[in-house]
Design a binder for this molecule. Structure first.
Ligand SMILES: NC(=O)c1ccc[n+]([C@@H]2O[C@H](COP(=O)([O-])OP(=O)(O)OC[C@H]3O[C@@H](n4cnc5c(N)ncnc54)[C@H](OP(=O)(O)O)[C@@H]3O)[C@@H](O)[C@H]2O)c1
Length: 264
């Protein structure tokens, strides 16, 4: 009997660009992709944090060639997602990209009735305009390379539901969900898959103020069916899955990592 072959979760020989990789979810994604065999390029504004992250990944994972020389798997590049010229320069300078984790993001939470346009613009510049531009340029590069690719944008469960004090953040993430689907339609013929990951509350510097507010924690815990907050490790498997051949027919989709929040 001829059995089907499980597609590989390995990423050997592939190059991944991860934005917002100086800490939090982006850093976890970079570690996971490197452990699955990819060369990883970590991008963000904080170059000292990036350098420390790259050193730590290379210490854990660097390969040795036949002469005993260490071949680093991780490197970094400075990137400001609020500046289109910075995005253009990074995509231009990176020699090749098979996987994009389009993850950099910010939040300015508060009631919609009190939102300042400055806060609206700041969030949209990074979460929507920056992520859109990054996906556009990387997709063009992948088409030129001619070997397909995987674009994974860190959206949120807040790209599917509303949340307390989260009008601007929700607007940015719902928009990400929209262009993800439109881009998937456009580039499927090139073998480029375009998806989002949609985490619930994960412990990172971004969520520190929310997770130290007892009222907010009560709200969060009343919604997560698995009865616990998310940890960085909860992101790592889903990112590798969407980057790898194991998710070969998945595009234009959202992978919920929400402990059942949006189930009802
Ligand atoms: N934590 C959660 O609960 C949660 C849930 C759902 C979705 N998300 C999404 O996950 C992503 C990562 O969040 P996180 O929790 O890991 O946040 P975080 O710990 O605050 O990290 C954010 C990352 O984005 C980078 N970044 C911010 N502004 C940037 C800019 N202008 N240019 C380049 N990089 C920039 C930061 O690096 P620098 O400051 O060094 O530039 C940092 O590496 C975001 O898109 C967020 O919306 C988070």
């Amino acid at each position: 009997m001829k059995l089907p072959q499980t597609p590989s979760f390995r990423l050997d020989g592939r190059t991944a660009l991860i934005t917002g990789a100086s800490r939090g979810i982006g850093l976890a994604a970079a570690v996971a992709l490197a452990e699955a065999g990819a060369r990883v390029i970590l991008a963000a504004r904080s170059t000292d944090d990036l350098a420390a992250a790259v050193d730590a990944i290379n210490l854990r994972l660097s390969e040795t060639d036949t002469s005993g020389k260490h071949l680093p798997v991780a490197s970094s590049v400075a990137l400001d997602m609020s500046k289109p010229e910075s995005i253009d320069a990074v995509v231009n300078d990176v020699p090749e990209i098979d996987i994009l984790v389009n993850n950099a993001g910010i939040a300015r939470h508060g009631p919609m009735l009190e939102t300042e346009l400055e806060d609206f613009d700041a969030v949209m510049d990074v979460n929507l305009r920056g992520a859109y531009r990054m996906a556009q340029l990387v997709t063009r590069k992948m088409i030129e390379q001619g070997r397909g690719g995987s674009i994974i944008t860190t959206s949120s469960q807040m790209g599917h539901i509303g949340g307390v004090d989260r009008s601007v953040y929700c607007a940015s993430k719902f928009a990400v969900e929209g262009w993800t689907r439109a881009l998937a339609i456009e580039v499927g013929k090139h073998g480029i898959r375009v998806n989002t990951i949609c985490p619930t509350f994960i412990r990172t510097p971004l969520t520190e103020s929310t997770l130290t507010n007892p009222e907010r924690v009560e709200w969060i815990m009343s919604k997560i069916k698995l009865d616990r907050l998310g940890e960085l490790e909860d992101i790592m498997g889903p990112v590798v899955f969407l980057a790898s051949d194991a998710s070969g027919l998945i595009t234009g989709s959202s992978l919920m990592i929400d402990g059942g929040w949006t189930a009802g």
